[in-house]
Design a protein around this ligand. Structure first.
Ligand code: FES
Length: 89
């Protein structure tokens, strides 16, 4: 493998999980680590987490183009659209 290939940053996501269908569920933050790739959005990162680390993780997305607003969430204390938010930012 070439030495020129830069390894992405390791990002830590602290995500509030809660299952409203489970009466015993309590909201709690869970941490996940994902290696950043160029142009990665929160939408991509959440899908990687769900596909590789936690199949229980669920979130809403419809258009993935910043139009519908269904992916609105609080990201680092600000209300933003996950499909339009780059992890680099
Ligand atoms: S999925 Fe529609 S605005 Fe993000």
């Amino acid at each position: 493998m070439s030495k020129d290939i830069k390894k992405g940053r390791e990002l830590t996501f602290s995500i509030l999980k809660y299952n409203p269908r489970d009466l015993d569920s309590k909201p709690a933050f869970v941490e996940y680590k994902v290696t950043e790739s160029p142009g990665m959005t929160l939408f991509i990162a959440l899908n990687i987490i769900r596909d590789t680390l936690d199949a229980d993780l669920s979130f809403d997305f419809v258009c993935r183009a910043g139009i519908c607003g269904s992916c609105g969430m609080v990201i680092n204390g600000k209300p933003l659209l996950a499909c339009r938010t780059l992890t680099a930012d």
